[in-house]
Design a protein around this ligand. Structure first.
Ligand code: FMN
Length: 133
């Protein structure tokens, strides 16, 4: 049986066809040559708003109230077998859009989390190790 992996390339730069996008495209082309199904998303084309830190997703297990494209992006992340994330370095770190998405990912670390934990690490222990230590 042949299994086609879905590889998602994420571009974290506002510069269309800039260095980041060129590199992501190259990586996706190689994956496609090896038989993968590939898709590219420019994170900066999406409407992503910052986390407001209400913690309702953590303590009330509530759906995030922010209306934007975050859920669309997360559904793409969860259906992919592999993700290639590219970001320019902005002042010794990744571009701001990456951090904004990282913060919004908090809503996926509670009970509703798909099984993306490593090994026997539960999403809860992963969350605790990220937040409470
Ligand atoms: C605001 C800003 C901050 C940057 N900070 C760094 C940095 O700290 N270190 C570095 O090596 N390059 C830095 N750069 C350069 C970019 O990382 C580099 O030009 C990158 O290739 C741009 O990617 P892009 O073409 O996909 O936008 C910075 C560029 C900008 C606009």
């Amino acid at each position: 049986m042949v299994i086609y992996l879905k590889i998602l390339g994420l571009v974290g730069s506002y510069r269309k066809l800039g260095n980041t996008e060129v590199l992501i495209r190259e990586a996706l082309m190689s994956a496609a040559e090896m038989g993968a199904e590939v898709e590219m998303l420019r994170l900066t084309d999406l409407n992503i708003k910052p986390c407001k830190g209400c913690m309702a997703c953590v303590f009330k297990k509530a759906d995030c109230k922010i209306e934007d494209d975050a859920n669309f992006l997360f559904s793409k992340l969860f259906e992919a077998d592999g993700i290639i994330l590219g970001s320019p370095i902005y002042i010794f770190g990744p571009a701001g859009i990456i951090k904004m998405i990282q913060d919004r990912f908090l809503q996926n670390l509670g009970e509703k989390a798909p099984d993306f934990s490593r090994g026997d690490e539960s999403p809860e222990s992963l969350f605790e190790s990220m937040v409470y230590k």
